[in-house]
Design a protein around this ligand. Structure first.
Ligand code: FEO
Ligand code: CA
Ligand code: CA
Length: 681
């Protein structure tokens, strides 16, 4: 497979379509039934789910809330204006302080940031690139002293280094020397840093004993669960199959009820590399997996986005064919023990993990919801075998080692079934290539295919709400979703939970577990919002009619629930913002009452950036947001810039410093209300 030629950055490459082996179990999907009965017009408009599920199944599957004039927003702020420009915008009455920028020192001895001559040694002592998920951990219950954990998902080579002309789709990496590749590696991973609230502003404490960088260059991790020590996890550097150097493409994550940090390895396939090329000189992307070829192709390995494999053999699939099996997991980190070894929990399955949000179930077990972010991939849930013990953190840290992984099948009657991925159960047997539970978790996607899971429109964050017991699933978009799908790719056919063909704008599904039981085999589902512009009929959007022209959005991605149980949604349109004319942002979304499915814009990012985070302090007085890859996505559609691609020398914005010779810098922001008080309170 090749990355499509029109992708100018790695962010866009990450969105690129992948060829997926056809799935024979989808031949008679609900999409066929609906399409035969309702036809092209309704499907294109996205109204299918209203008409079809109401008529076919006797229930109104979609919200159609009509706001009562008297209803008051639960989000008390004045909406900011949608649009795109070189900087960020927050609702009036709030301060948005830059807390941590790429390259900022994390230790007292950290070298000063010098963008003209980056080194891995310096980067290992500095804040990393492309901040994504943010986790806040109060120290001893304090509200003014805490640890912040931040994921550094990936790097934008052309914005980090001067003189880069290579593009990820050209497989031309001569400009990426070993030194530069190792700067990239050191800029990936996670930052743990203590922050202190001083005179109303959060600042990093560089002398804290907790501060730590975790990277794919030099951090040793252990492995537990069914795949630990399995032959498919063994490499020349690790005959035990239980020790892995580092973590990559850490997207979103979660905070456990026992105060540890979960980080999700998402597009890990992009880091694997081959020296083999086709007749046109293109690096191969298929047929390289040997006896693991079905697995390689299902995960898109190798994708050749980074040339680390030129210098580090483990990223070269000819030299270390099992190394890709050691990524794509959920990793647990104890931020309060800077000497601790992070653990890759294989019981939670291997896929392109978006996040890992937890909830303690009513019976004491911990439940973790996980999306697999690729077009027409699946929604998962992990349920621990043991129960949370509030007084035993060490025991709790084993809860992600033993439990059951489930995948979701959305039914036409408005129910969703959670199907267990268990070796020996149903089709997960040696006849189908599964020899053990290790094979099931390593090839969770192949197992879920056989179980008949529902292919979704790119599941991103999945967020349980402790206050209401409901769960929100962000489905960001899927331009490959088709009315009928092709014989080669039937998984892309519309289905009842993903009803819009060419879904450019995404939707949000609400799950309701019975009696708040997140371990239940069956739940109820409903599409709460179909995103996009409600004023354009062809878009087929569905919002509460009280949503303003500034308030609607597209491409829901990260999300959070605040202390009052309110849902906040961050967007990532990639270069697709040209379809909305809006930069990405953070929105307050009503989930209850007459205003259900109303949205309000609180914050928006500078051009080319994506909105990540969001993370609220327990007292709700600070909101941390991560602005990822400023000046990167879709910059040619930004009229004041208008060029194909930003570079170090000529970026579309120099946010947040706006200084000559300082490139744009991904940064974490701390937002507080002027004069104090709760955010939107
Ligand atoms: Fe890294 Fe799915 O966003
Ligand atoms: Ca994301
Ligand atoms: Ca994203």
């Amino acid at each position: 497979m090749r990355i499509e030629d029109d992708f100018a950055t790695k962010a866009e490459a990450a969105e690129a379509a992948e060829d997926i082996p056809s799935n024979p179990h989808l031949e008679n999907s609900i999409g066929d039934v609906i399409y035969r009965r309702y036809g092209r017009r309704d499907v294109l408009k996205g109204t299918l789910a209203v008409t079809a599920s109401t008529a076919l199944f006797g229930r109104q599957a979609l919200t159609s809330a009509r706001a009562q004039d008297a209803a008051a927003s639960s989000f008390n702020f004045t909406e900011t204006q949608a649009g795109v420009d070189e900087t960020h915008h927050v609702a009036s009455g709030y301060d948005a302080d830059i807390l941590l920028r790429w390259g900022d020192p994390l230790f007292e001895d950290s070298p000063k940031f010098d963008p003209a001559s980056l080194t891995a040694e310096a980067q290992l002592r500095q804040f990393g690139y492309n901040n994504d998920y943010v986790g806040f951990f109060p120290i001893d219950g304090a509200s003014d002293r805490a640890l912040l954990c931040v994921n550094h998902e990936y790097t934008n080579t052309e914005l980090m280094f001067p003189g880069i002309t290579a593009r990820p789709d050209k497989n031309d990496f001569e400009e990426i020397t070993r030194d530069r590749a190792e700067v990239e590696m050191a800029a990936h991973g996670i930052t743990v840093v203590e922050i202190i609230l001083k005179d109303g502003r959060w600042v990093p404490n560089r002398s804290s004993r907790y501060n730590r960088r975790i990277t794919p260059l030099n951090t040793e991790m252990s492995v537990d669960g069914p795949a630990a020590g399995h032959r498919r996890m063994v490499t020349r550097a690790d005959p035990s199959g239980r020790r892995i150097t580092g973590t990559i493409n850490n997207c979103a994550g979660g905070i456990t009820p026992w105060g540890t940090y979960l980080t999700a390895e998402e597009n890990f396939h992009g880091y694997f590399w081959t020296d083999k090329k086709d007749e046109d000189g293109k690096r191969l992307r298929k047929g390289l997996g040997g006896d693991q070829n079905a697995s390689y192709e299902r995960y898109g390995i190798p994708a050749n986005w980074y040339n680390w494999g030129t210098y580090h053999d483990r990223f070269n699939v000819e030299k270390e064919p099992n190394e890709p099996n050691r990524f794509g997991w959920i990793v647990e980190i104890d931020p309060f023990d800077p000497a601790s070894t992070p653990v890759k929990h294989t019981a939670l399955g291997r896929f392109k993990h978006e996040g890992a949000e937890c909830i303690v179930n009513s019976d004491g077990r911990v439940v973790v919801y996980c999306g697999d972010d690729q077009r027409s991939d699946y929604l998962y849930r992990y349920v621990s075998s043991g129960k949370v013990d509030p007084d035993d953190k060490a025991a709790n840290m084993r809860l992600l080692s033993e439990g059951t992984l489930f995948v979701a099948r959305f039914n036409v009657d408005g129910s969703v079934d959670w199907l267990p991925l268990l070796f020996g159960v149903g089709p997960l047997t040696p006849d189908n290539g599964f020899e053990s539970q290790a094979d099931v978790v390593i090839d969770a996607r192949l197992a879920a295919d056989l179980l008949g899971a529902t292919p979704m429109d790119r599941p991103e964050d999945v967020q349980p709400n402790e206050k209401t017991g409901k769960v929100y699933v962000m489905l960001t978009n899927n331009k490959k979703r088709q009315l009928t799908g092709s014989a080669k790719e039937p998984r892309h056919r519309v289905n009842v939970a993903n009803p819009r063909a060419v879904n450019l704008f995404g939707h949000i599904i609400e799950l309701t577990p019975p009696n708040g039981d997140h371990g239940a085999d069956k739940m109820v589902w409903e599409i709460m919002i179909r995103c996009g512009d409600p004023a354009v009929e062809a878009v087929g959007a569905l919002w509460n009619e009280k949503t303003s022209a500034d308030g609607w959005f597209a491409a829901p991605d990260n999300c959070a629930i605040d202390a009052d149980g309110r849902l906040w949604v961050a967007t990532d349109q990639g270069k697709g913002w040209k379809h909305t004319g809006k930069a990405d942002g953070l929105y307050g979304v009503e989930t209850e009452g007459a205003l259900r499915a109303t949205s309000k814009l609180f914050f928006r990012v500078p051009v080319g950036a994506e909105m990540c985070g969001p993370c609220f302090t327990p007292d709700a007085e600070t909101l941390f947001l991560a602005v990822q890859h400023p000046a990167s996505d879709g910059v040619k559609d930004y009229e004041p810039f208008g060029k194909e691609r930003s570079t170090f020398e000529d970026p579309a914005t120099r946010w947040p410093d706006f200084k000559d010779n300082m490139p744009p810098r991904p940064s974490v922001i701390a937002i507080r209300k002027q004069g104090g008080g709760k955010i939107a309170g």
